[in-house]
Design a binder for this molecule. Structure first.
Ligand code: SAH
Length: 353
């Protein structure tokens, strides 16, 4: 089959076999990528219309006990300037975000044990009581099932935990031996079973990634049926073991976004900051390839430059309001609008065609 026939097959059957995925990733052309993007955009428009959901990202701590080889805030990076926000700091970022129209807050951090589970639950429940119409998404890494349960009981609605790669050997190339793909997947299963809207995802072009790894990722997404999928290019960070590795391909990232949209029409799919970093119109291209979410930064400007997962991250100098205005204008130019809505999975009000 040709690549475009494979894309049509994916659209009708919502699955491909391993060899077909590998063929697509190993041999796709610009024409194939545009073909997938047009189909993906048509699907996204039919589910969400011209409406883009925004999530306000609060990066509240860059302390991390883990040592992922790709990540700029890994514990071994002695050059990282570490910071922690207080509960009041976090609440005031969200206060500002609510006034700017955000109805989802994403609290993200390194794996920082300085915040007890009880303290995190308190932050979540206070946030929910002050903004009962808003959703709270957490992205705190791997926790115990009991901790996840407590956070859900405290009112958290969603959880983002990228699986990073669904190939165990590849996972071992990206992480120290104490981190296991199995544990990551166990966390994801638990999160979904608890009732979180659950997001997984992977970096594109991370070192040692092959077309077969991406094929595994697609098969995993198909089986897991996540509510959200975070996909962005790998970008090197100067203080990590991968500092000399090339950045992931912009084009492959766009193709993956389109294939995810075609396979999982309802999924919430952000055009990520990493995509906006690798190309000046990365986020717009991401939307045009099938994404339907953007995640502007609500962190205080004083700490933004310190949450450097990779080099040259965008939007680290701007005020939150500037970020929203900038994105609004960018999206308007391509015919999309930001909406003030929680944007839950399966709740799109766009009538089916
Ligand atoms: N500690 C939390 C969340 C913070 S990291 C967790 O483990 O989930 C958020 C995401 O940033 C990671 O899942 C990873 O996919 C991405 N990331 C980290 N370093 C990166 C890099 N160098 N290039 C691109 N993405 C990166």
């Amino acid at each position: 089959m040709t690549n475009q026939q494979l894309i049509d097959k994916l659209n009708s059957q919502k699955a491909l076999d391993q060899a077909q995925w590998v063929q697509l990733f190993a041999t796709f052309t610009e024409a194939d990528r545009h073909y997938a993007a047009a189909l993906a955009r048509e699907i996204a428009d039919s589910v969400f219309g011209k409406r883009i959901y925004i999530r306000g990202l609060v990066e509240f701590s860059n302390y991390c006990k883990q040592d992922c080889y790709y990540c700029g805030i890994r514990c071994s990076n002695r050059n990282a300037q570490r910071y922690r926000l207080t509960k009041e700091d976090i609440l005031s970022c969200c206060e500002e975000g609510a006034a700017l129209g955000f109805r989802t807050f994403v609290l993200q951090s390194g794996e920082d044990k300085a915040y007890s589970n009880a303290a995190l639950c308190d932050i979540v429940s206070t946030l929910k009581s002050r903004h009962p119409d808003c959703a709270v998404t957490l992205s705190l890494g791997e926790l115990s099932e009991a901790e996840y349960r407590a956070l859900f009981a405290a009112g958290a609605d969603r959880y983002l935990l990228r699986h990073e790669t669904a190939d165990a050997a590849h996972y071992a190339h990206l992480h120290p031996a104490n981190m296991r793909l199995e544990s990551r997947l166990k966390c994801l299963q638990e999160l979904k079973a608890i009732g979180f809207q659950t997001g997984c995802g992977m970096m594109i072009g991370s070192p040692y990634q092959t077309p077969a790894c991406l094929a595994e990722d697609m098969r995993f997404l198909r089986d897991f049926e996540p509510h959200m999928v975070g996909v962005g290019p790998f970008l090197p960070h100067k203080d990590t073991p991968f500092k000399k590795e090339p950045a992931g391909s912009f084009e492959t990232t766009l193709l993956v976004l389109s294939l995810v949209r075609i396979m999982l029409p309802q999924t919430l799919l952000p055009a990520t900051t990493a995509l906006g970093t690798v190309h000046p119109y990365g986020r717009e291209e991401g939307i045009l390839a099938g994404a339907n979410v953007v995640m502007p930064n609500l962190s205080p400007t004083a700490v933004r430059r310190k949450y450097m997962l990779y080099d040259n991250k965008i939007c680290t100098g701007d005020e939150s309001a500037q970020c929203v205005n900038c994105l609004q204008q960018r999206l308007q130019k391509i015919g999309y609008e930001i909406v003030q809505a929680r944007g839950d999975y399966g709740q799109s009000s766009e009538p089916a065609k």
